[in-house]
Every structure is written in C-alpha cells, then in structure tokens.
Design a protein around this ligand. Structure first.
Ligand SMILES: Nc1ncnc2c1ncn2[C@@H]1O[C@H](COP(=O)(O)OP(=O)(O)OP(=O)(O)O)[C@@H](O)[C@H]1O
Ligand SMILES: [Mg+2]
Length: 299
C-alpha cells in the first residue's frame, strides 16, 4: 500500500462528520498512504485547496461529496495552470451522487477511497457553459431543474436521492413548459420543453436516466428534450417507458445553443444558473479521472 501515490481529499463540509470516513483515512495512513484532508465551508474553497494540492505535488485530488463537489473540483482542475495536473478521484458522499453512481464507483466507502487513490486515470470530457461555468455530469433545465434547485437541504439530507422526486411531486403547481429553441451540429428544434437534459454523463435528479447513451470520453453531448404538449402524463410515461414516448426529442452534438424568450434555469450538476441564452460545448479529454475497470460510461 505504501506505493499508493499521495493524494488530497477535498471533503464537502456537509458530509465531513462521518466516523467511518475518519476510520478509513486513519487506516490508510497507518498503512503508509499519504493522504491530506481539507474540508470546505462554501463555494470557492475547492479551488483554493486545489492550489495547495499542486504545491504539495499530489497525484490525485479526491472530491468527497456529491455532484456539486465533483463539479467544483473538476472545474478547478481544468483551470489549473500548474505544470503537473493531478487526476480527479471520486468519493461519493452527497445526496444523489448521480455521476459517481453512473460511472460505477463502489458504494462501500473504503473501496471507493482506494479506487480514488489508485484507480486507472482515464482522460474524460467536461462541458462548458457560456465560456465559463462547467458541468461534468448533466445540465437539466425546465421541470427537472425546479425539482433539484428547490429541494430543501434538510429534505435532501434526510431522504437522499428519492427526495428530488418527492419534492417534485409536491410542487406540481410549478410545472410549466418553457418555450425555447435549440441548435447543435445537424440539429435544430423549436417548441415547448418540459425538461431539457444535456449530458456528458447519463443521469440526474437521483437516478433519472435522462441521457441513457451518453459517454464521458467521446467528445459529445447528448440532448434529450421532454416536450410539453401533454404536461404531466407525458412526463410520467416518458420516464417509465422512454422508448414508447412520442414526447421525446433526442440529439447528439459536441455543442448546443439554447435560447428562450423567458429565463430558463439550468441545473449544472445540481447547481442552478439562469438566463435566456446558453452555449454549451464539450472540452474533450480535459481532465484525468480515476475510474473503475469496465466503467460503462467509457467508449
Ligand atoms: N460546509 C458546507 N456546508 C454547506 N454547504 C457547503 C459546504 N461546503 C460546500 N458547500 C456547498 O455544497 C454544494 C455542493 O454540494 P454537493 O453537490 O456536493 O452535495 P449534494 O447536493 O448533497 O449532493 P448531490 O449533488 O450528489 O445530490 C455547493 O454549492 C457548495 O458550495
Ligand atoms: Mg449537489
């Protein structure tokens, strides 16, 4: 175990109190593994800790948290100007953990931690929105957006991924289609959208497979639009039997442009961003990530 390369774990403060994690870290250290731990309090902390990781020269920066934490660490990695850039490791400690779940990170904390430190580093894509904000997993707009961005923190903590769906059902009064226009390579669509999913990864909102064929290292984004003509019934048949639904529009492109006459809120890995114009593009092979063998999201 002593030949494990050094790493720095960036732990989201929300999940830092876990005694099993302390135990697992202590065990690794006893086995001679060099592992630094830093805890975040607010947005921006992950980027500051990445600077420290570079100074320490660690091989891996582990994102300990949910999709939002992975997003912050991955964004900091691709913006890093150091000559040696650490790989990303994943330790799922969030609510939905959609990215980590879909790439096959083990549930068991100790196994996930070992994989994060010593797994094979593979180049993966990231998506960038309006030349600035990134997402590594999914951007969801419309109804799904409201589900995630309005789920109260406490409910999230108590119910895990399921709370996204329950909260969405409680807030059916907010269900409303958004008119928009979407362009991509060989793609153009205009109409009323209920949910828009744009995926580098496949699932969002606690297990909803919005882009079931997406791969994270193919340089492409997968788009799925749930059209709004039939509102609620459409959404439920679509989520349960996607292959039979007349309410789905799919597209694949390395970029998409979305414009709307009213503000759309997109959730980028679970963190909201509003506007009327979005240009989303992939940055192919922008960072290295330690993934399990046979990861289903690699081509
Ligand atoms: N100590 C802290 N307490 C509360 N929030 C924090 C803390 N540190 C960071 N954050 C914020 O937590 C958010 C990211 O949370 P994250 O996505 O990792 O967990 P989650 O939302 O519970 O899980 P998931 O996205 O997988 O459902 C970011 O907005 C970040 O700024
Ligand atoms: Mg989150």
């Amino acid at each position: 175990m002593t030949d494990f390369p050094p790493s720095l774990l960036i732990l989201n403060g929300k999940g830092a109190g876990e005694p099993a994690l302390r135990e697992a870290i202590n065990q690794l250290r006893e086995d001679g593994v060099e592992i630094h731990v830093r805890v975040t309090w607010e947005k921006g902390d992950a980027a500051r800790y990445l600077d420290e990781a570079c100074r320490l020269g660690v091989a891996t920066v582990i994102a300990g948290g949910g999709d939002g934490t992975i997003n912050e660490v991955a964004t900091a990695i691709i913006q890093c100007e150091n000559s040696y850039i650490p790989a990303l490791g994943l330790l799922p400690l969030g609510t939905a953990n959609d990215f980590a779940t879909s790439v096959g990170i083990p549930d068991e904390l100790e196994k996930a931690l070992k994989l994060a430190i010593a797994g094979n580093a593979t180049a993966i894509d990231i998506a960038r929105v309006n030349d600035k904000t990134c997402f590594i997993n999914m951007a969801t707009g419309g109804f799904g957006t409201r589900i995630t961005s309005e789920t109260p923190e406490k409910l999230k903590a108590a119910l895990g991924g399921v709370s996204y769906l329950i909260h969405g059902l409680m807030r059916m009064d907010t269900l409303k289609a958004d008119r928009c226009e979407i362009r991509g390579e060989n793609f153009h669509w205009q109409g009323d959208a209920l949910v828009i999913g744009i995926g580098n990864g496949r699932q969002a909102g606690g297990g909803q497979q919005l882009c079931p064929d997406a791969l994270i290292n193919d340089g492409l984004l997968h788009l799925r639009i749930f059209t709004g003509e039939e509102l609620l019934p459409a959404l439920f048949t679509t989520l349960s039997r996607p292959e039979e639904s007349p309410n789905l529009i799919d597209g694949v492109s390395s970029w998409f442009e979305i414009t709307a006459p009213h503000d759309i809120t997109f959730n980028l890995d679970g963190e909201p961003m509003s506007g009327r114009e979005f240009r989303i593009e992939t940055l192919p092979h922008a960072l290295e990530c330690r993934l399990p063998p046979g990861c289903p999201l690699l081509r």
